[in-house]
Design a protein around this ligand. Structure first.
Ligand code: AHM
Ligand code: MG
Length: 337
């Protein structure tokens, strides 16, 4: 049986199913190659001089790590010359990055969190890259980076593809082009992603939750009640025992849910209320919500479906509750009373 590489999977989605265009295929192959390059840099660790602080802050006021900056540069350089993109936006850049005039422009927009789970870089715990692909609206004003922001402000339901790479014991690429979720494993010797899981389905029910419990006193009342009821276990109102996991890399926590189910929450809390939440809509919540829904799960703020949110700005933040469908519905029900 020949191996189904990423290139082959994408060709089939294009040629047989007509789901993706040639340009989207090229875009996804380029993103995958960039993730491979990031994986190589991470693998070198201290030997490659990639650990530690970069000595700068990003637009969110967070200290950038060397790997945040390097991963951002790798993704920008890989994607700007191929002719498949109109513009890119990233957690690490204040404004969109326009494709330089010397290169042709394409019809897609790419957003990314180049290195998710930055606090885990220096402790050798799984980290990742998250990305989202949108169509650039006809006639969008791309004359300046400031003007270009408007083109990105589309609800997550319009995404044409989304994915993440997890740099863990193995490097994985998890992808959806709106035709279910597939997982590729990086074959380090061959230097290519090989399809290793198809038709990913998140079990509808779960007994595992992921949340930063240290923030309990800052949460809103519905989340406090819900988590208290989970912790109460079999003798509480939910009538079952739960287990808790928190990697503190969204990619790793979501990937566990893609593998065996669970519910992930970064709810609104008092510390982040003025920012709208902790996680970013355009390049964290939306791509993950798209993937989770494509795998049969749910994704909500507690009050509304994440993919329905009409973004107001590029670096907007939102509360995130996602994973096993029935559990996400239960969490939303706590918000409704
Ligand atoms: P980052 O994009 O700067 O790495 O921040 C996002 C991360 C998520 O990966 C993770 O779910 C969360 O922030 C961890 O937050 P906490 O430090 O409160 O555990
Ligand atoms: Mg992140």
């Amino acid at each position: 049986m020949p191996q189904r590489t990423l290139a082959r999977y994408l060709t089939e989605e294009q040629r047989h199913k007509g789901i993706i265009t040639g340009d989207l295929k090229l875009l996804l192959e380029v993103v995958a190659r960039a993730c491979q390059a990031i994986s190589v840099a991470i693998g070198k660790g201290a030997l490659g001089g990639v650990l530690g602080e970069a000595g700068s802050d990003n637009i969110q006021g967070e200290a950038q790590k060397k790997l945040d900056v390097l991963s951002n540069e790798i993704l920008l350089e890989a994607n700007e010359w191929g002719g498949h993109l109109a513009a890119m936006a990233s957690e690490e850049m204040d404004l969109p990055h326009l494709v330089p005039h010397r290169f042709p422009k394409g019809e897609y927009l790419l957003t990314f969190d180049p290195l998710d789970g930055s606090s885990n870089i220096d402790v050798n715990v799984s980290i990742g890259t998250i990305f989202s692909v949108l169509k650039c609206p006809e006639g969008a004003d791309l004359s300046t980076p400031q003007a270009a922001e408007q083109a990105f402000l589309q609800p997550g339901s319009t995404q044409v593809a989304a994915g993440y790479a997890v740099y863990g014991p193995t490097t994985l690429l998890v992808l959806s082009v709106g035709d279910g979720v597939v997982v590729f494993t990086l074959d380090r010797e061959q230097g290519q992603f090989v399809l290793t899981r198809e038709n990913v389905r998140i079990p509808a029910e779960t007994q595992e939750f992921a949340i930063n419990m240290a923030n309990r006193r800052f949460w809103e009342a519905p989340v406090q009640r819900y988590v208290d009821d989970m912790v109460a276990g079999r003798s509480g109102p939910l009538g079952k025992d739960y287990n808790m996991r928190w990697v503190a890399s969204m990619v790793a926590d979501v990937h566990r849910i893609m593998t065996r189910g669970g519910i992930f929450m970064y709810p609104m809390d008092e510390k982040v209320r003025d920012k709208g939440g902790k996680l970013r809509l355009m390049y964290e919540a939306n791509p993950m919500a798209f993937l989770v829904e494509q795998a049969g799960g749910g994704a909500s703020t507690g009050y509304q479906r994440i993919l329905d949110i009409v973004p107001e700005h590029l670096h907007q933040r939102v509360p995130v509750i996602l994973g096993s469908r029935q559990e996400v519905e239960r969490a939303a029900a706590y918000h409704a009373v």
